[in-house]
Design a protein around this ligand. Structure first.
Ligand code: TYD
Length: 223
């Protein structure tokens, strides 16, 4: 039996990392081996590509180059981190994955969907998430949260945080329409609430979609 692949998506400051950490704790308490990873990044080579893109070094060559770089990072991340973990029956929680390319480079960056789909096909092959949580909130709220987080670290806005509000509003629409088009895989979560309430909504959806994750370990082993 293969493992379980769960991704978290959404705009800036949606609270993905907080919720991933809470879900990791829950799943570990249920006896699962959990791998938490992120995109762009998640493997040494992909982290190098991350630094290159988020440092803004590909920006002046336009969104096609960025799309290809995100895909290159994803290819390495899949081969090095995600597929081996799934083969070892672990639960993989990824902070962003291919839906971010669809939303950021596709719907908001202007790359046509045929190209995004073709790149997705060669990059992902048949490794698709079992479940995707799309954390939804108004971009004003998310950007204010991201600003506050940055004030704590003293760092500058990254490549995409620095885009205009209209870009972030279109991102929100892009993520919402992904959730609408693929209701079997995606769950839209209202993230404009306190972390405990969001966590409870995620837990409820998780157990409805993937009930085997909460089954006692001896039953899982027997199946
Ligand atoms: P990160 O600091 O991880 O942001 P966040 O906390 O919002 O997840 O930076 C990742 C940035 O890269 C984020 O702005 C989204 C963007 N991105 C894309 O544009 N395309 C992609 O395929 C991925 C994975 C991320």
């Amino acid at each position: 039996m293969a493992g379980t692949f769960i991704t978290f998506e959404g705009g800036e400051g949606a609270g993905k990392s907080t919720q991933i950490e809470r879900l990791r704790r829950f799943l570990e308490a249920e006896g699962h081996d959990v791998v938490v990873t992120r995109e762009p990044g998640g493997s040494p080579r992909a982290e190098e590509i991350r630094a290159f893109i988020l440092g803004g070094r590909a920006k002046d060559r336009g969104p096609v180059l960025e799309t290809i770089l995100f895909a290159a990072a994803r290819l390495d991340h899949l081969d090095t981190t995600i597929r081996p973990a799934l083969a070892a029956e672990k639960v993989v929680l990824s902070d962003r994955f291919a839906d971010s390319t669809r939303a950021y480079q596709g719907a908001s960056g202007g790359i046509e969907s045929g190209l995004i789909e073709a790149i997705e096909r060669v990059t992902l092959d048949d490794t698709r998430p079992d479940l995707t949580f799309i954390l939804d909130l108004p971009p004003e709220t998310g950007l204010a949260r991201a600003d506050k987080r940055r004030a704590g670290t003293g760092g500058p806005a990254d490549r995409f945080e620095g885009e205009a509000l209209a870009f972030h509003a279109s991102l929100r629409e892009a993520f919402r329409s992904i959730a609408e088009r693929e209701p079997g895989r995606c769950v839209l979560i209202d993230a404009d609430r306190d972390a405990d309430t969001v966590e409870a909504a995620i837990r409820t959806a998780l157990l409805a979609r993937l009930p085997h994750l909460a089954a006692p370990k001896d039953l899982r082993d027997a199946s």
